[in-house]
Ligand binder design. Structure first.
Ligand SMILES: Cc1cc2nc3c(=O)[nH]c(=O)nc-3n(C[C@H](O)[C@H](O)[C@H](O)COP(=O)(O)OP(=O)(O)OC[C@H]3O[C@@H](n4cnc5c(N)ncnc54)[C@H](O)[C@@H]3O)c2cc1C
Length: 397
């Protein structure tokens, strides 16, 4: 509950200006809190007289901050190679480590992974903790979570970074929860506050309308995930020196309730929609899996790939790796053609920075048209074949 200390409130109205929800206003010279308050704390931070506080917010973590030191990157090893996002994290991790004057370490978990430590050192890691065990061959979130938790408890890094990939998203929150640590998901920027060395974790908030910078002043480690393609990978230097530490853990750590029977790589996963310059995306308006054949033809003519809204993925018309949006991928192609996609905020946060957006929709009030560079209002089953044919003809010329 947000409490106003009437003795301290001077009725300046700064809280009112800073509330995104219109949940606090100044009445008769004193702040009054309304039902729409979400306890986001924005007003508390901006209240200079200190007249506002959230009851029960100050959490006693019992953590001695000075005992935690070093920047860690969780290196993701899948299908025999390190995920590119791990190198991107080493790039930003190196900058943070230098600002803090501490080593940058990578954590590499898997079976038969020791060889993969070299590229991590070449890309900036001073130390690589390798946990190499047959029990880690397949990703199981309970086991991976426990291994990482054990390492963190034993070595106490101040910052832990991981990729906001399907794997990172599934087990990093579990580790943060077990450690009673803060976790900021999907950061787009990370830096160190010079006054006190805190990690400043910036990410879009309120559907991408504002950028929020989050700090974890009381808990350790400070944990953050970053989506692939947000940070630039460093140029690898194969001559960089670094140390590999092989970590042995008790057998109990590897005990799991999950048995992996088979790991199958989806055929459709081969195209990474984050790496292509032209995307033709389909939504519920395509009506069926067959509708995707239509836009696949357009994508092929343009030399692009097919993406989708969550509604299409949930309907089983196309696989999840094609999903764009809040719970899918963030893409930034040169051209994004949205076919039968309404433009819900959870979709547009994943594609709104595309250079050119073409929206094909039969509803002239569909929100996607508000962000489209070009809008084609009409039936996609008429427009897409016409467009495909015209492009083919022009290419022929
Ligand atoms: C926590 C959370 C996370 C989410 N994450 C994502 C995410 O990552 N990605 C995502 O996409 N969504 C996400 N969603 C879902 C999102 O809110 C929308 O429900 C979803 O994006 C809608 O998909 P759609 O636009 O394909 O379908 P709809 O909203 O049903 O829109 C279909 C559109 O097709 C048009 N249409 C229909 N027939 C035709 C035709 N013949 N010709 C032309 N136009 C036609 C309609 O006018 C309509 O605008 C999330 C939701 C939540 C709550």
């Amino acid at each position: 509950m947000l409490i106003v200390d009437k003795e301290k409130c001077i009725g300046c109205g700064v809280c009112e200006e800073n509330c995104a929800f219109g949940a606090i206003s100044v009445e008769d010279g004193c702040a009054v809190v309304h039902d729409t308050c979400t306890l986001c704390g924005a007003c508390v931070e901006t209240c200079e007289p200190g007249a506002l506080h959230i009851e029960g917010a100050a959490k006693e973590t019992g953590v001695e901050l000075g005992e935690w030191s070093g920047i860690w990157v969780v290196a993701e090893f899948r299908h025999g190679e390190i995920a590119p996002v791990s190198f991107e994290l080493l790039g930003i991790g190196r900058t943070l480590a230098e600002q803090r004057g501490v080593p940058l370490s990578a954590v590499l978990m898997g079976s038969g992974v020791e060889e993969a430590a070299g590229p991590l050192i070449a890309s900036g890691a001073d130390l690589v903790y390798v946990v190499d065990n047959p029990e880690l061959e397949h990703f199981r979130e309970d086991v991976y979570g426990r291994v990482l938790e054990e390492l963190i408890r034993a070595r106490r890094p101040e910052v832990v970074l991981a990729g906001a990939t399907a794997i990172g998203r599934s087990f990093i929150p579990q580790v943060a929860n077990a450690l009673n640590a803060g976790l900021t998901a999907d950061c787009t920027q990370l830096s160190i506050r010079s006054e006190d060395g805190m990690l400043l974790q910036t990410r879009p908030a309120f559907g991408g309308n504002i950028m929020a910078t989050i700090v974890c002043p009381n808990s350790r480690p400070q944990m953050a995930t970053v989506r692939p393609k947000v940070m630039a990978p460093p140029e690898p230097d194969p001559a960089r020196p670094g140390e590999v530490i092989l970590v042995e853990l008790d057998d109990g750590v590897y005990r799991s309730r999950v048995e992996v029977l088979e790991s199958v790589r989806s055929e459709q996963d081969n195209v990474n929609i984050q790496e292509v310059e032209i995307l033709v995306a389909g939504g519920r308006g395509l009506a069926s899996e067959k509708g995707f054949e239509l836009i696949r033809g357009l994508a092929e003519e343009l030399g692009g790939a097919v993406a989708a809204s969550r509604a299409a993925v949930d309907s089983g018309w196309i696989s999840y790796p094609h999903q764009v949006g809040q719970t899918g991928k963030t893409v930034c192609p040169k051209l994004y053609i949205a076919c039968g996609i309404s433009g819900a905020i959870q979709h547009t946060v994943g594609m709104q920075s595309a250079k050119t957006i073409v929206a094909i929709n039969k509803d002239e009030n569909a929100p996607i048209l508000d962000i489209a560079t070009y809008s084609l209002v009409g039936d996609l089953f008429e427009i897409v074949p016409l467009l495909t044919r015209r492009i083919r003809e022009n290419r022929g010329k």
